[in-house]
Design a protein around this ligand. Structure first.
Ligand code: EPZ
Length: 432
């Protein structure tokens, strides 16, 4: 018996109907962290109900954030929640190992804590299943703003001497979503102007920047690789919406492409995943932008093999690489998939092989030779996106699939089984 949860799928059903797209996990997390920057109330709408959100609530509460839920049933009962965050005073500037090690993004509290309290002690996040994921860009960025940083027993101890951070011009050596979030948040309360070059342009960064502006920050160059932040002395409250999840959108679009069918991804914002959707169209799936979202129409025929390479936004997202690989397992040719963001993000390859997929990996390149049909199998989830690629494969495979250790899925996909079963999938969670 697996205490970490299992999902059973009887494959072969087409998907038809409507799937409401949730608020983006990777937008909600930094927005929640931004609440540390103000003593006033930050209200966030469309926050997905996910394990990562609950974990971050615990982390924020540890710093003195009061969090209240306002009931919003939302879209057909599957909608997100409205949460209100109030931090009249930061009661603790230490983020302990026990809390930070459970989720890497919690390290990002270092930016607001340093900006508002001029000091923070935050555990290093440690390793993770998709690669080493260092924090050097964060630390160099904060140092550029005048922070003094030491590493002490696994903790980053950061201080802003002489009364706070000071604006500066900096350039990230490589695009980093997290480092952009953190330095941007820190710079909002620094004295003077900060210029961040080679900033991440992911829509979640733009979402955070717009929220900060709603809170009184002065930021220009939003959605560009050059952010200019003029520091202000304090930020105020705001009421702000979490962006719809582009990775969830792409995941369900690929699922429909694999099973066949016709599904409206309600509330999806196609412009936030243009490259992935262009690729999907090239593989043979029809996409229609409608007022209510994105409609995916798939014949159920095997996809054409199209090569992809993951890239920072606006390129093909690394967070859709595993799901795309699932789609390519049944293509009519051989697809080359190159992962350029993370060094170890092919954990799903061995599991996809259990369905009969033919994939070979050499360094950062996977070659996927399409097969006519996948066979249901027992598989194990490794990380969030890898897990959902196994669900997609299971939906299209012949026979029964059991996905073990699905607690990873609960970190990032809201109501996955309900959303899929409403569209005709035979999917259920097994009681352990
Ligand atoms: C964010 O992670 C996302 N997480 C990831 O989603 C996503 O895969 C990633 O961006 C890339 O799009 C959240 O938003 C919570 P990075 P992040 O800093 O910010 C290297 C998911 O499944 N790097 O943009 O941690 C790093 O090792 C997750 O939802 C350094 O070398 O990613 C990587 O190779 C997984 N030094 C590259 O930059 C640093 O100091 C990009 O990482 C920081 C990063």
């Amino acid at each position: 018996m697996d205490k970490m949860g299992r999902i059973r799928i009887a494959g072969g059903n087409q998907l038809n109907g409507e799937i409401p797209i949730s608020g983006a996990k990777n937008a909600a997390l930094p927005l929640m962290i931004a609440s540390l920057l103000t003593s006033e109330k930050l209200v966030l709408n469309n926050v997905p109900r996910l394990a990562d959100v609950r974990q971050l609530q615990l982390i924020l509460e540890n710093h003195g954030v009061g969090i209240g839920a306002q009931n919003t049933p939302g879209n057909k009962g599957l909608g997100g929640q409205t949460l209100a965050f109030s931090t009249p005073a930061i009661t603790n500037t230490c983020a302990p190992y026990e809390l930070v090690s459970a989720m890497r993004a919690s390290f990002w509290v270092i930016g607001p804590l340093l900006a508002r309290e001029h000091g923070a002690r935050v555990s290093l996040p440690g390793g993770c299943a998709i690669g080493t994921r260092p924090v050097d860009f964060f630390l160099d960025g904060l140092r550029a703003l005048g922070a003094e940083i030491e590493i002490d027993e696994g903790y980053v101890v950061a201080k802003a001497p002489r009364g706070g951070l000071v604006g500066a011009k900096l350039r990230f050596p490589k695009v980093s979503v997290g480092a952009t979030h953190v330095v941007m948040m820190a710079a909002t309360l620094a004295s003077g102007t900060t210029i961040i070059e080679n900033a991440a342009q992911e829509p979640e960064v733009g979402n955070l920047a717009r929220c900060l502006v709603a809170m009184g920050a002065k930021i220009s160059g939003i959605d560009s690789p050059r952010l200019v932040i003029e520091g202000v002395s304090s930020l105020h409250g705001a009421d702000f919406d979490v962006l719809p999840d582009r990775i969830e959108t792409g995941t369900y679009a690929f699922a429909v492409a694999m099973t066949g069918g016709n599904v409206l991804l309600a509330g999806a914002r196609p412009e936030t995943l243009r490259t992935a959707l262009d690729v999907l169209e090239l593989t043979g799936t029809t996409l229609q932008e409608e007022e209510g979202g994105l409609r995916v129409i798939a014949s159920g025929q095997r996809a054409r093999a199209i090569d992809v390479e993951t890239q920072p936004y606006p390129g093909f997202p690394t967070d859709l690489q595993a799901q795309y690989m699932a789609l390519m397992t049944r293509s009519t040719g051989t697809a080359k998939i190159r992962e350029t963001i993370f060094e170890n993000r092919f954990m799903h390859v061995a599991e996809l092989a259990r369905f009969g997929a033919r994939i070979s990996v050499e360094g950062q390149v996977a070659r996927v030779a399409g097969v006519i049909e996948l066979q249901g199998a027992q598989v194990m989830a490794t990380d969030l996106r890898a897990s959902v690629s196994l669900v997609i494969a299971g939906l299209a495979a012949k026979g029964e699939t059991i996905v073990n250790r699905i607690y990873h899925l609960d970190r990032g996909f809201e109501n996955l089984e309900e959303k899929l079963s409403r569209c005709g999938a035979d999917i259920s969670r097994l009681a352990d």
